[in-house]
Design a protein around this ligand. Sequence first.
Ligand SMILES: Cc1cc2nc3c(=O)[nH]c(=O)nc-3n(C[C@H](O)[C@H](O)[C@H](O)COP(=O)(O)OP(=O)(O)OC[C@H]3O[C@@H](n4cnc5c(N)ncnc54)[C@H](O)[C@@H]3O)c2cc1C
Length: 472
Amino acid sequence: MSEKHEVVVLGGGVAGLSAGYVLTRAGIDLVVCEKDTVVGGLSRTIVHDGFRFDLGGHRFFTKDPKLEAFVKDLMGMEFIVAPRSSKIYFKGRYFDYPLKPFNALFGMGFVATVEILTDYVLERVKNGVRKPVIISLEDWVVNRFGRKMFELYFKEYSEKVWGLRCDRISEEWVAQRIKGLSLWVAIKEALHKSKDQKIATLAERFLYPELGIGRIPERLREEIDKVNAVLTDTRVTGVRHNGSRILAVETLGPEGEKVIEAEEFISSIPVTALVKMLQPEAPQEVLEAANSLRYRDTIIVAVMVDRDRVTDLTWIYVPERSIPFGRIHEPKNWSSKMAPPGKTILVTEYFCFEGDETWQSTDHDLAQSAVKHLEGLGFLKKEEVLDTLVVRVKKAYPLLEVGYQESYAKITDYLQGFRNLQIIGRTGMFKYHNMDHAIDTGIKAAENLLGKSHDILKINSSREYLEEVCRK
Ligand SMILES: Cc1cc2nc3c(=O)[nH]c(=O)nc-3n(C[C@H](O)[C@H](O)[C@H](O)COP(=O)(O)OP(=O)(O)OC[C@H]3O[C@@H](n4cnc5c(N)ncnc54)[C@H](O)[C@@H]3O)c2cc1C
């Protein structure tokens, strides 16, 4: 079977669907191919017996007024404003997240406070003498906060999330995530509350769809479906090309195998998979580069509880190695509609690699482990547990290992040789994009086909992009 459209979008997460939405509104004929039964990818909401949960609790936040307007216009009355109040559970106590200076400085006792301040001053003096070389996450944090602070608050959690030592994790990740933040800025923030909320991690409120984050991709799909088609259960299995243009994709869906030709292609599927699907094959060095890029995976273990509410927090970060999950959230604190009346749900995140010991554990063992540790932390009693659900999420995080840029550049240089292909999104670009960035890449890819000229690879990476967004 074969068919032809103006545009094919690969992947129905928020990036691919945003591209499809903008093009549909502009009257373009297209099709979106999504391998899963539902749209949304990482930004989907699981529904189970009246309980709802995201894959790790997704808050929508952007500094770009245009993006905010785009999403608000799409969601209309479905959006509510949720307060953000997160904590770090560490050595039996709660600390504010993001770290608040008084908590972080004085929370671990007098000796630790003196060490933090001494280390910080030492780091500043060192920086004054010689320009620091910042390659890894460890370099970046030590430079901004001092070594003691790094060891106390950053090391364990980062290693848990990434499964790598902090000197193997690229500084890019932390620099992007808590850009603008340092011990000194954090102290000033606490003493003199900033009015314009310029630092991303310090935002205290966020927009959230009443029925979970998955409503954003569902709404996008609803709009596309009015005119064009979003094909779910349809996996792209091959990408045909002639060396300078993509000609067609091969898909496997409910109706069997199909070839879909188009003039333009927008891909949000993992870039490493895309490269391996090309026919004829990509050059050996590009395939090797694709094999060297890794993603970090995650397992979500949701525990339904026979109680109205357990906490009043947005997220609880759990850095300690002895506890197997790294983060907990209680969706009911995001929207009361996320659980039936009188009941609640705790969602834990286990960071792992596909195929490792955690990944291979049975659902039963994972559920038992989550319940045991939640009970140990004092959040629930075993008898209150109504049900559990385990969801394995592949390719949740692009793993920004020190030196990954070389492989990445080989891949993007090669793909840029295809004049009618744009890569977008988080897994699609191998970039640590949040939803707003992913949506932005989709919108801009669509606009490129409508006569504009955006450099998508710069989104969420160049200093100019960040400055431009902050100025808007
Ligand atoms: C635990 C966790 C928490 C997060 N929290 C937040 C948050 O609070 N706020 C925030 O803004 N962002 C958050 N994010 C990031 C957010 O999830 C992503 O930025 C966003 O969902 C990326 O969308 P995407 O469309 O680029 O990618 P994806 O969601 O990965 O979409 C890609 C799609 O392609 C499909 N696909 C893959 N291969 C094929 C194939 N061969 N054929 C067809 N389809 C295919 C996939 O099924 C998927 O639907 C979080 C991410 C994680 C993992």
